[in-house]
Write a protein that binds this ligand. Structure first.
Ligand code: ADP
Length: 152
């Protein structure tokens, strides 16, 4: 069975992530959305909220799972027996950043990173922009799946 993890912060999940995940399941038997926990990072949404948004978004899709992990992504891949990392590419800056991480991961473990180019209509979306829109009371609903609801 071909399984991939899609690692990230998902603070919160956006329509850009949604695009990569739904296209990822056409390539893999299972896509595991893996929320990396970094104790020194400040998040807008708690881990529980971020997991709940993703679970709700994909509740009718048995090939998509949601987990959280600590530590190196490649170590987590080994722990759960996954051979592929799925990542999205929006622009040249993403490419440069992702290239360095993918090469480093290949040095650390025999795990392939598979990149999907983002859909043109969601390529401008980033969680950081969504958070900014939320903080300033803008209409964030155009940028995220319906499951993402901000408590007032
Ligand atoms: P992090 O910043 O912790 O790496 P993100 O949640 O921002 O995590 O991103 C996780 C993955 O989703 C990365 O591969 C990133 O390139 C991808 N991604 C983020 N935004 C989009 C988007 N709008 N379209 C496609 N992929 C995206």
């Amino acid at each position: 069975m071909k399984r991939a993890i899609f690692p990230g912060s998902f603070d919160p999940i956006t329509l850009g992530h949604y695009d990569i995940i739904t296209r990822g399941v056409t390539l893999f038997d299972e896509v595991i959305v893996a929320i990396g926990v970094n104790a020194s990072k400040k998040y807008m949404f708690s881990l529980e909220e971020r997991m709940a948004f993703i679970r709700e978004t994909f509740k009718d899709e048995p090939k998509i799972k949601v987990v959280s992990y600590k530590g190196l992504t490649v170590d987590f891949c080994k722990e759960i027996g996954v051979d592929f990392i799925l990542r999205g590419l929006r622009n040249p800056a993403d490419f440069e950043f992702e290239k360095a991480i993918a090469h480093t991961n290949r040095d650390l473990a025999p795990i392939e990173t598979v990149f999907l180019l983002t859909a043109a209509k969601t390529s401008y979306i980033a969680s950081s922009i969504v958070r900014d829109v939320i903080r300033n009371n803008g209409d964030y609903t155009k940028l995220v799946p319906k499951s993402v609801v901000v408590k007032q």
